[in-house]
Design a protein around this ligand. Structure first.
Ligand SMILES: Cc1cc2nc3c(=O)[nH]c(=O)nc-3n(C[C@H](O)[C@H](O)[C@H](O)COP(=O)(O)OP(=O)(O)OC[C@H]3O[C@@H](n4cnc5c(N)ncnc54)[C@H](O)[C@@H]3O)c2cc1C
Ligand code: FES
Length: 262
């Protein structure tokens, strides 16, 4: 994965989603169940914003595309990192370099990049979108949490684009022992950040939001819901934000944590 700085979000117009046939240029297993795929995605990559996602067709047999966050962009190359879970991601993990993927994107509302330094926070498979988010910020530090050392991913890549990267694990086998919100609390006490960006399990997002709120720092979270169409047409991904039904795919996945009905 190369680590050139990305075009700032402000320089990009809100892109229209497009369907592209994207040849795979690289496929690597990062852990026993997490795969990184880089593809030649042309304009789709060039217009993607941090926090957006793509919807990938996983073989002829599966009707629904699978939503995966954008982990990195380098020119026209786009990288996604995903955990192998069910039929779709298993199919994806078995693709070969040179094969073409049918990709719809970029989709959703990503992170708006503020002035100043941002603290990006990722838990487990929520870490990948934080790489591109950190890269698109003017300055960023990271707090990331994993179950154990065996599940740790993208640390070299984060270290290359962040001022500092604080790591925690549930079993203490890498970084500090404990949960990521403790690290976030410490980081927010030591330094002034203009925003916190977070992605991970909902329970983690809520605890990170609580800590950010206490420190009076705006917090933006990437929410995950089951998806159908990915473009706001099927209502599968509805969630409640500010007392209103929102579509995670179209209005999110990034929301102001203050507005989420936790
Ligand atoms: C906006 C968004 C971004 C995501 N980014 C990533 C990422 O960067 N890396 C990653 O590993 N995973 C990510 N996910 C989760 C990923 O979409 C699911 O793990 C994947 O769809 C599972 O598909 P499957 O066929 O392997 O599993 P199955 O369980 O067989 O899937 C069955 C159906 O449920 C849906 N589904 C299952 N789990 C989820 C889930 N957690 N979220 C939404 N739909 C789900 C599938 O899309 C499919 O339609 C993201 C989800 C969303 C909504
Ligand atoms: S996935 Fe269809 S409306 Fe969001």
């Amino acid at each position: 994965m190369s680590l050139l700085p990305c075009m700032t979000q402000k320089e990009k117009v809100i892109p229209m989603p497009m369907t592209s046939n994207c040849p795979i240029t690289d496929l690597q297993w990062l852990t026993s169940d997490v795969v990184s795929i880089t593809m030649e995605a042309g304009e789709l990559a060039e217009t993607a914003k941090a926090g957006q996602f793509v919807n990938i067709k996983c073989g002829e047999g599966l009707l629904l595309r699978r939503p995966i966050s954008i982990c990195d962009v380098n020119g026209s190359l786009l990288t996604v990192v995903f955990q192998v879970k069910g039929e779709g991601t298993t199919w994806l993990s078995q693709c070969q370099v040179g094969e073409e993927l049918d990709v719809l994107g970029p989709l959703g509302h990503g992170y708006d990049i503020p002035e100043g330094k941002v603290l990006v926070v990722g838990g487990g498979i929520g870490v990948p979108p934080m790489l591109y988010a950190a890269k698109c910020c003017h300055e960023a530090d990271a707090c990331v949490g994993f179950r154990s050392q065996a599940n740790a991913i993208l640390l070299d890549e984060l270290n290359a684009v962040c001022g500092k990267v604080l790591v925690t694990s549930d079993d203490g086998s890498i970084g500090e022992h404990g949960f990521v919100n403790a690290l976030v609390k410490k980081a927010l006490a030591e330094e002034r950040y203009t925003a916190v960006f977070a992605c991970g399990p909902k329970v983690m997002l809520k605890t990170v939001y609580d800590v950010a709120k206490e420190a009076d720092v705006p917090c933006f979270v990437s929410m995950e819901e089951r998806m159908g169409c990915g473009i706001g047409a099927c209502l599968v991904c509805a969630c409640s934000v500010g007392g209103h039904h929102k579509h995670v795919c179209k209005d999110g996945p990034v929301f102001n944590a203050q507005e989420v009905d936790w």
